[in-house]
Design a protein around this ligand. Structure first.
Ligand code: NAD
Length: 281
């Protein structure tokens, strides 16, 4: 299968690695040439590390990497059978992108979004053929995280969700079908997880390190909420919180925090920018 991926940031690069490793031919596109180069390098580094650990052979590294084509041109997508979008979490930008994608891909090409929080129906609505549209939501880092949410929109043709579920399973992932509701399963459950952690901090009940420690050491979480928010990036995480809050008709359970909003506004996105809740300088 030939799979096009748009957006070569944290998610797009990870998804490209997953599907190339599964044997598909991959075209990875980004409007930012530097981001595209970084993605190529990070995929190569990840594969090399797997080879060093003996998890794959060095021949496999070469053959997986050879399946990956980096491109700045949508025209490279004409023969794609599936396109997965992982660009900025902004409805109008995603809608505009899919309008352009539909002009170049074949009528049979399946279109998918990796959105964390936007309604699949609202992105599909921008398409000429919304029945071929679906959500395929990976978690970060995509090569490591097993879970993938598969989200049909109301417009999605019957049977497509099951086809995508089986395809995702063939990538050695664990797909779960979910309805098109704000945050789907994981990001909905995660909002109060982050929100309450920030409120505990704001109310002076405990400091960040203590909250993170309690949840990892005692709660069994792999990362505490502050470490995890810094890892995801406040640009992404704050936008998702705002979007879920709005989509649930301003239900106070999902209310965003000013503490995180200020980090977002300051460009303190977390690990990727060197500073978030914690400093990574
Ligand atoms: P990111 O900022 O790391 O990467 C986004 C990339 O998209 C950038 O390289 C940017 O140059 C590119 N881009 C933006 N607009 C574009 C356009 N119009 N055409 C081509 N390229 C464009 O973001 P990310 O963390 O990879 O998130 C991408 C998507 O995946 C978002 O919808 C996000 O909500 C979702 N998501 C993120 C996570 C996460 O933990 N980071 C997890 C699951 C889903």
């Amino acid at each position: 299968m030939i799979i096009g991926i748009i957006g070569s940031g944290a998610m797009g690069a990870g998804i490209a690695q997953v599907v190339a490793t599964a044997g598909h031919t991959v075209r990875l596109l980004d409007q930012n040439a530097a981001a595209l180069q970084r993605a190529g390098q990070s995929i190569r580094t990840n594969l090399d590390k797997l080879a060093e650990k003996g998890k794959i052979t060095s021949e496999a590294v070469d053959s997986i990497f050879a399946k990956l084509q980096l491109t700045a041109e949508l025209h490279a997508f004409t023969d794609c059978e599936l396109v997965i979008e992982a660009i900025v979490e902004d409805l109008s930008v995603k809608q505009q992108l899919f309008r352009e994608v539909e002009l170049v891909v074949s009528p049979d090409c399946i279109l998918a979004t990796n959105t964390s929080s936007l309604s699949i129906a609202s992105i599909a609505a921008a398409c000429q053929q919304p029945e071929r549209f679906i959500g395929i939501h990976f978690f970060n880092p995509a090569p490591i995280m097993q879970l993938v949410e598969v989200i049909p929109a109301v417009q999605t043709r019957p049977g497509l969700a099951e086809e995508i579920r089986d395809l995702v399973q063939s990538w050695s992932k664990l797909p779960v079908l979910t309805k098109d509701t704000p945050g789907f399963i994981v990001n909905r459950v995660a909002r109060p997880f982050y929100g309450e952690a920030i409120r505990i901090l704001e109310e002076g009940i405990a400091d960040m390190a203590t909250i993170d420690w309690a949840l990892t050491e005692l709660g069994g979480f792999r990362m505490g909420p502050f470490t995890l928010m810094d890892f995801i990036g406040h640009d992404v995480n704050y936008r998702v919180t705002e979007s879920v809050f709005t989509a649930f008709f301003y239900d106070p359970r999902f209310k965003p925090s000013f503490t995180q909003k200020r980090l977002f506004e300051a460009g303190y996105y977390g690990r990727k920018s060197g500073r978030g809740f914690y400093s990574y300088a």
